[in-house]
Design a protein around this ligand. Structure first.
Ligand SMILES: [Zn+2]
Length: 390
């Protein structure tokens, strides 16, 4: 096993820009990259720019007519075809859209290749995690599904078991759909309940197609879930599934939009709990997947206060040089934040909730508690299909 982690990065990924009124402001990527540098983490990882995903790679997941529609919209945004989800409010077309989307996808595919071949034990692409893109259409700020493409590439390289764990506040619907019929891929998504949030899927009863029963697991969390509940849900579902499935590679998606400050969703998770789940994913990769870990970003619309800190922690964990939550953020980064956004950046790498605590599932559940009901619904729907006790 190889020591150093890879950070996938090409500055051009910041060209993934739907325009000034869109919540997915690419400054979140630039500020994350600068914060990684401010803590000297760029010297602790190999920073690698992979090539863009080519047509044959995109075709592992996406339909040819959809890729052609993206290319057409990329050349002439006025030609965007809403039948493919392009030129919509969520996914406005912009010049160069195909190229930058393929570049982001290429970073996740490159991460998967590096981990599979042993060039790196862990690889991070925080520009990725675009989990809503469907085989035949754009959705939810996502053009190409880099997470699905990374997994598809692993399968192409010979992987027989890949686990995907998605802790974005939104359901990882595109990845679930891509591998709905494939028992080689276990998709686990923890998200805000579809009743209250886009994309209105991710019900516990979604468990995979015939022949792949139990290959999809969905934990639909009540709006308002905070640290203790979110961590209890994660630890009550994910480790047992991973221990049983024994993936050869663990792919995780770390959307930071679970945060209490996030403007687009309604969970109440802190940076400190996000970091605790990142640490847990890292440990699961070591315990059950010989350390092979591909970690992706995802959503996150508190672009100054939350996203850069959350994903800097992710890079630090992958690098094996964790940044203590109490760490003070270098003033140079805060100056850059102000220069770029006219906002004041955060001061520390914590929300002051560290250490976060939760009660594990084995301590028993409360049938009247909505969080416990959500966990039990997920377990009851999927676990028996995998031969596990609900
Ligand atoms: Zn999201």
């Amino acid at each position: 096993m190889s020591g150093r982690a890879q950070l996938m990065w090409d500055e051009a990924v910041t060209g993934y820009d739907f325009g000034p009124d869109h919540p997915m402001d690419p400054v979140r990527l630039a500020l994350t990259r600068r914060l990684v540098d401010a803590f000297g983490l760029d010297r602790e990882v190999d920073v690698v720019a992979a090539k863009p995903a080519g047509d044959s790679t995109l075709r592992l997941v996406h339909r040819e007519d959809y890729v052609e529609a993206v290319k057409a919209a990329s050349v002439d945004p006025r030609a965007a075809d809403a039948a493919y989800g392009l030129g919509t409010m969520d996914d406005p077309a912009f010049a160069g859209m195909h190229e930058v989307s393929a570049l982001i996808a290429g970073q996740s595919v490159g991460a998967a290749e590096a981990v599979w071949r042993g060039d790196a034990l862990h690889a991070v692409n925080f520009a990725g995690g675009l989990h809503h893109a469907m085989p035949g259409g754009a959705s939810g700020f996502c053009i190409y599904n880099d997470a699905s493409l990374a997994i598809a590439r692993l399968l192409e390289l010979g992987a027989e078991r890949v686990a995907y764990v998605d802790v974005d506040v939104h359901h990882g619907d595109g990845v679930q759909a891509a591998f709905w019929e494939d028992p080689r891929v276990l998709t686990v998504s923890l998200h805000e309940h579809p009743r209250t949030l886009f994309p209105q899927t991710g019900w516990p009863e979604e468990t995979g197609a015939a022949g792949a029963e139990g290959s999809a697991v969905n934990v639909a969390l009540p709006a308002g879930t905070g640290d203790a509940g979110w961590l209890r849900a994660f630890h009550s579902v994910v480790p047992e599934l991973i221990a049983d499935f024994r993936p050869q590679v663990l792919v995780t998606q770390h959307g930071a939009d679970t945060h209490f400050e996030d403007p687009l969703a309604h969970l109440a998770v802190s940076l400190d709990a996000q970091r605790a789940v990142q640490v847990a994913c890292h440990e699961l990769a070591h315990e059950y997947a010989e350390g092979r870990w591909v970690a992706l970003g995802g959503g996150g619309y508190a672009v100054v206060d939350v996203v850069p800190r959350s994903w800097t922690h992710l890079v630090a964990i992958a690098a094996g040089r964790e940044v203590a939550p109490s760490s003070v953020i270098p003033e140079s980064w805060r100056q850059e934040v102000f220069a770029r956004t006219r906002q004041l950046g955060p001061v520390r790498m914590t929300d002051g909730r560290w250490p976060v605590s939760f009660v594990g599932w084995d301590a028993g559940y409360d049938p009247a508690d909505r969080l416990d009901q959500a966990v039990l619904a997920a377990r009851r729907a999927a676990f028996p299909l995998r031969g596990l006790l609900a």
